[in-house]
Design a protein around this ligand. Structure first.
Ligand code: BDR
Ligand code: CA
Length: 310
């Protein structure tokens, strides 16, 4: 079977970095490029982080900068968790890799329209680039296999009682994507909060002893320190790599097809992903929602992914 062609739209970010690591050298995935959002930090910083990760791990793919701001809102960053650089905790060698000159939105459109096979788009940040690509060239919808996003929650949020960070950064963008008749798989906080990077996980990955394990252990140590300071508990949720783990082995999560609407009311639930798990409303089902995760299977995928590097 041909490799699955993917575009990873991200805002690195500690957990985005591990998603890139996992996607960059998997024999079943063909990573066409990274498209970059602002989110965990401003666009210049998340972009630089993406270049650094690719250069360090020798992942030779185009990195394209996207839009700087959400569709309606102002930029919100998450420096309390990801730090001043957006990726605090690792000293990368001098940066030589450069951005691809194409705009992320154009890269998404051109890659999808020119591909013989359908493309899977993964978003691990706000969904602005993908939403704008859909608006600019709706023909891409036909050639998208699936959108797999880290974002939302069928339970509580992490930046408001109702909303998760990636969705609340740009609810209008998420609204566009969720209303585009695409196959959507939403990996929300409900499952990502179950894969916590406890110190024993850091020790386990550290034993692999290669450049990817070095990156993992250093980044996750700082991620944990910041997480403890902000939320008061140890063990950071490793949100974003669950998307890639699901592509590598779909059995890692259990999903349910439901009706999911994005709250764009600008009220207290702004940015909430309303998932009608019990089908109260009898509305058309538009998204597969991750309900459960096999935690040990997930860590095995991470371990194997790290081991693929020298
Ligand atoms: C999401 O927010 C970001 O800080 C993380 O990178 C992840 O994508 C979790 O809410
Ligand atoms: Ca992210």
């Amino acid at each position: 079977m041909a490799n699955r062609k993917i575009i990873l739209d991200c805002d690195p970010g500690h957990d985005d970095a591990i998603a890139i690591l996992l996607a960059g050298k998997n024999p079943t995935l063909d990573l066409l490029g990274l498209t970059i959002e602002s989110g965990n930090q401003t666009l210049d910083k998340t972009g630089r982080n993406a270049l650094n990760i690719c250069q360090f791990l020798e992942i030779d793919v185009p990195v394209c900068l996207g839009v700087e701001k959400p569709i309606i809102k102002e930029v919100e960053i998450c420096d309390a968790i990801h730090g001043e650089t957006g990726l605090d905790g690792f000293d990368f060698p001098r940066l030589k890799k450069q951005f691809d000159q194409r705009h992320a939105v154009n890269f998404i459109i051109e890659s999808i329209l020119s591909s013989k096979e359908k493309i899977t788009v993964i978003t691990t940040g706000p969904m602005t680039n993908l939403a704008l690509a859909i608006k600019l060239e709706p023909k891409i919808i036909e050639n998208i296999e699936e959108v797999v996003l880290m974002g939302g929650s069928y339970q509580n949020g992490n930046v408001s009682p109702a909303a998760e960070f990636n969705i609340l950064c740009d609810p209008e963008a998420a609204y566009i994507v969720f209303n585009s008749n695409l196959k959507i798989t939403m990996i929300g906080l409900d499952v990502t909060r179950q894969v916590l990077v406890y110190p024993n996980i850091i020790d386990r990955m550290d034993k692999i002893n290669n450049k990817a394990s070095l990156l993992f252990t250093k980044l996750m140590t700082v991620f944990n320190e910041n997480q403890k300071r902000v939320f008061g508990f140890l063990g950071s949720p490793l949100h974003d790599p669950v998307t890639i783990a699901y592509l590598i082995d779909p059995s890692v999560i259990e999903t349910k097809l439901v009706n999911c609407t994005i709250d764009i009311s600008h009220g207290p639930s702004y940015g909430r992903t309303n998932c009608d798990i019990f089908d109260y409303l009898k509305k058309p089902k538009n998204a597969y929602i991750a309900m459960n995760i096999d935690v040990e299977k997930f860590w095995n995928i991470i371990e194997k992914g790290i081991s693929r590097y020298k």
